[in-house]
Write a protein that binds this ligand. Structure first.
Ligand code: ATP
Ligand code: MG
Length: 895
């Protein structure tokens, strides 16, 4: 076996496929872009969906990558099986409508077995194919020469890739035989043919033949363009080369495990021999080492990509991983925060391929340390809680085990062990049921979103070239219509209808990079089209949606004119987005990382990650800074340069490992702001005119959304609106007061209203005005209450001297009509009368335009014999409707 490091193996993979004319794609963020169906990037192909369904044309029909991926449903496997991690790297090669089964299999076999490449022993490789895929079986046996005892047919569950609607197809898997040592019952290839979970035959590679389209109802048709999607786990291949019992003794994880040993002060050792001579106690210790080494790597990468611990979604996963690691640390006798000290090891083993990790080290370390310390505090509460459950209930119910698992991060084994120490049982079966329910729920919540788009045949063939001229001009005369379609069908003309068209040159901006599409007019000789949307086609062509009056035909020469007003205000907002991004970074620090934005003619919003809450003072500083930069009238520059020059010379913000040889567009405002951007921008910051932050919301897990407005008109309207709103609310309150004034007046209220009316609102005292408005509202409210109370007291006084008389049953009763009282007042009076006498039935009726109300109240002494609700129901001469109890009943009545 060749001696290769993990970095060499990854490189050899990429070199091999580059030698076979594959284009290398750098790894992308773990956070999926525009894909609500996924919480995390969980495979190499997950980053390539737009290429597979035809929305975008790839840089080459042959692609290769090594992509970090997270699979949360493997978390519980980590440290238990030899081959699962939470975060792993998937090596891939892809064909987008280029080669298919034969080449895909040949490439795989050559890389794995050729002396020049991996040089693995072919005898140790085993194959599975889909049992209906005769073509693949033939290629393996007849062309590659795999012997029948090395290839096994598999069913739909193992050898067919299908996620509902979208592309799908059979797959073929390659396994490596690690020998009988990992097969204690010596079952041999039965493990493969019967798909039994095992650590002998390790699946290293899966090649999917994306061949059919599933319409969503399991009706399968052949895809117009067939694709290849493969995935091979880097860690597993490394483990084979380095001949380790599991993925964890490789150069990827073992240095971390060694570092953990140090943190235990060498009180605990990881034991490789334990795989030959297992001892249950040592197995647990090994597991703890493996889990921690796995989790710290996943946590570090996730934080580097802008995920912070939180209460939901990705943030929650990271929180759980930190908590689990902390608990496993305790198993190794480490009781303080320690995880953050392992970040260095992660960077050492991963930094060569992921150089940006190094820049992120401070934030990774700080975030982990904070979260660990917070958890250690809640953890002691968890122990107390468990102790209490044991004492009180003498068992640990499924629900409580789940509580400890979810809220305190207790692995179930830990709960069981602590319970066992007190000779108390845990409802393990119930716990497993709850866990499965929770998993199903999470899975279904995602399934409702469509995972893949159907392949669009028209887009896979759309290769016309179109040039965007809208950076320099807003109107382009004599542009030529070069492509038209309606309902995914190419057409020759559009007459009095809505359809899509592409021009050879167009000033219309297509929605992208957060900037809204241009609107406008396309004027032909025989018709005019109104453009209300522009989107990018598969090769970056701008596709205009037009509603045509008259006729526009293919090859027509037309004048394309962008709606200037919309574009100009959109530009102010797009430049404003760059300014607020830089200003936030200046005020809060480099941890601010933009994760999305949207700007159109109405305003702008920007999403970003940051690791703590932002104070009003910091927001104010941000706003002041942007306005200062607007005043400085900084000229906008645009540079088309290599990625390297963009970063080194122009200090453009580049968050991920973008490719260094690519030519990029840099939009720069002096030394204040420099970003990679394809959008349209103002000439000078002074053209932004004005700027205000109108709101910020936290979306949890360290994700924030800030909303802002630009331009004189936009900002002035914003302040005018606040002013009008405050004045209108104050006026409503004042009207309420005016109505009561004849009864009672309040100089304070009149003075406050005057103050609001004559308030000189400026940008810096908006908050003061709002507080004044709130105080005024409160004052009027209290005044109303006071007047109402006075009024009620006056009315009730008239009834205070009522005396009971005996009713037909010889019981004390007060029954009167009090038509001037409302329901609330009837209740107060009834209550008072009932308490004045210790044995009385009180019946109060009120007839007015508002309705006929009745309240019955009974003194405590009589409630047994004459419950109020019974008296209420059986009123002679009237029909009552309402409810109550033995104490008091109320409602309406009819005669
Ligand atoms: P397994 O059955 O072993 O979990 P899988 O069928 O889930 O594998 P695929 O979805 O086919 O795997 O992924 C392609 C490749 O990615 C696998 O062949 C394997 O090498 C690797 N892989 C998958 N899951 C993991 C994981 N949790 N940790 C490490 N590597 C993995
Ligand atoms: Mg799996």
């Amino acid at each position: 076996m060749k001696k290769l490091s993990s970095n060499e193996i990854r490189k050899m993979w990429v070199d091999f496929f580059q030698a076979k004319e594959h284009h290398f794609l750098a790894p992308v963020s773990l956070i999926p872009v525009e894909d609500p169906s996924l919480l995390w990037i969980n495979s190499g192909v997950a980053t390539l969906k737009p290429y597979f369904d035809g929305r975008k044309t790839p840089p080459s029909p042959r692609l290769t990558n090594s992509q970090k991926a997270i699979r949360t449903n493997d978390i519980e496997n980590v440290g238990v099986t030899a081959r699962h991690q939470t975060l792993f790297e998937m090596l891939g090669n892809f064909s987008i409508g280029d080669y298919f089964k034969k080449e895909a299999i040949e490439f795989g076999w050559e890389l794995l077995t050729s002396k020049d490449w991996f040089d693995l022993d072919p005898e140790k490789l085993y194959i599975t194919v889909f049992n209906e895929d005769e073509e693949a079986y033939k290629i393996w046996t007849e062309i590659i020469g795999i012997k029948p005892d090395h290839i096994f047919p598999g069913g739909r569950d193992t050898n067919f890739w299908d996620v509902g609607q979208g592309p799908c197809g059979p797959n073929t898997e390659i396994f490596y035989d690690r020998g009988v040592k990992w097969d204690p019952q010596n079952l041999g290839t039965k493990l493969l043919s019967e798909d039994i979970e095992n650590d002998r035959y390790i699946e290293i590679w899966n090649i999917v033949f994306s061949q059919f389209n599933n319409d969503g109802n399991n009706n399968y048709t052949e895809l117009p363009r067939k694709n290849i999607d493969t995935g091979a786990g880097l860690e597993r291949i490394v483990s084979i080369f380095q001949d380790t019992p599991t993925n964890f003794e490789t150069d990827i994880f073992f240095p971390t495990i060694k570092a953990i040993e140090k943190l235990t002060k060498h009180n605990f050792q990881y034991s490789i021999e334990n795989y030959d001579n297992p001892n249950p106690k040592q197995t647990r210790i090994n597991t703890a080492f493996k889990v921690i080494a796995d989790h710290i790597r996943a946590i570090s990468f996730a934080i580097a990509d802008g995920v912070f611990p939180g209460n939901k979604d990705r943030g929650y996963i990271i929180r759980r991983l930190i908590r689990r690691s902390s608990i496993y640390g305790k198993e190794l006798g480490i009781n303080n925060a320690f995880l953050y000290q392992l970040v260095d090891e992660v960077i050492k083993s991963m930094g060569e391929f992921y150089p940006y990790l190094m820049n992120k080290k401070p934030i990774i370390v700080e975030t982990i340390k904070n979260e660990e310390n917070k958890f250690l505090q809640t953890l002691s509460k968890g122990y107390e809680l468990l102790e209490e459950m044991i004492q009180k209930e003498g068992k640990v119910s499924a629900a409580n085990a789940m509580l400890l698992f979810e809220s305190f991060g207790f692995p179930i084994e830990q709960t069981i062990e602590l319970a066992q120490n007190s000779q108390v049982a845990v409802d393990l079966e119930g716990f497993n049921n709850l866990l499965n329910q929770a998993k199903d729920k999470a899975r279904n919540a995602r399934k409702e979103v469509q995972a893949w788009d159907k392949q669009n045949e028209l887009f896979t063939k759309m290769d016309v070239k179109s040039k965007f001229t809208g950076w320099e001009e807003l109107t382009h005369k004599n542009a030529k219509i070069i492509f038209m379609f309606v309902d995914e069908k190419e057409v020759e003309e559009l007459t009095d209808t809505t359809g899509y068209l592409i021009l050879d040159q167009t000033p219309f901006y297509a929605e992208k990079g957060g900037q809204a599409a241009d609107h406008g007019i396309i004027q032909g000789l025989k018709g005019v089209g109104t453009v209300d949307d522009v989107q990018q086609g598969p090769q970056g062509q701008n596709i205009h949606r037009v509603t045509v009056e008259g006729t526009l035909s293919i090859n027509d020469l037309v004048d394309a004119s962008v709606d200037k007003n919309k574009r100009v205000y959109t530009m102010k907002n797009h430049s404003g987005t760059h300014m607020v991004h830089s200003a936030l970074r200046a005020v809060l620090g480099d941890l601010v990382m933009q994760s999305g934005s949207y700007n159109d003619e109405h305003g702008l919003r920007m999403d970003f990650t940051f690791n703590r809450n932002i104070t009003p003072e910091e927001l104010h500083q941000t706003q002041v800074l942007v306005n200062q930069k607007i005043k400085e009238a900084i000229k906008r520059e645009v540079h088309f340069v290599s990625m390297q020059e963009a970063v080194e010379k122009h200090h453009a913000l580049a968050f991920f490992a973008e490719k260094y040889d690519e030519i990029v567009r840099v939009v720069q405002f002096g030394d204040f702001s420099s970003e990679l951007c394809g959008g349209t921008h103002v000439d000078s910051t002074s053209d932004i005119e004005d700027f205000v932050i109108t709101g910020i919301e936290s979306k949890g897990s360290g994700l924030f959304r800030i909303k802002c407005l630009t331009s004189f008109v936009g900002v002035q309207n914003y302040y005018d609106e606040i002013w009008n709103e405050q004045l209108a609310t104050a006026q409503i309150n004042m009207d309420k007061y005016e109505q009561l004034k004849p009864i009672q007046s309040s100089p304070k209220i009149e003075k406050m209203f005057n103050e609001i009316k004559h308030f000189k609102m400026t940008r810096d005292n908006v908050q003061e005005l709002k507080i004044l408005g709130q105080e005024f509202q409160l004052e009027v409210y209290l005044f109303e209450k006071q007047v109402a109370l006075k009024n009620t007291n006056a009315k009730l006084n008239a009834y205070k001297n009522l005396k009971p008389s005996l009713n037909d049953q010889g019981v004390n009763q007060i029954k009167i009509n009090a038509n001037d009282l409302n329901m609330q007042e009837l209740k107060i009076l009834a209550d008072e009368l009932r308490n004045t006498f210790d044995d009385v039935i009180v019946i109060l009726l009120s007839e007015s335009d508002q309705g006929n109300f009745i309240v019955v109240a009974v003194s405590e002494k009589l409630q047994g014999q004459y419950p109020a609700i019974e008296v209420f129901k059986n009123m002679p001469g009237i029909r009552t409707k309402g409810g109550g109890n033995h104490n008091l009943a109320q409602g309406k009545f009819e005669k």
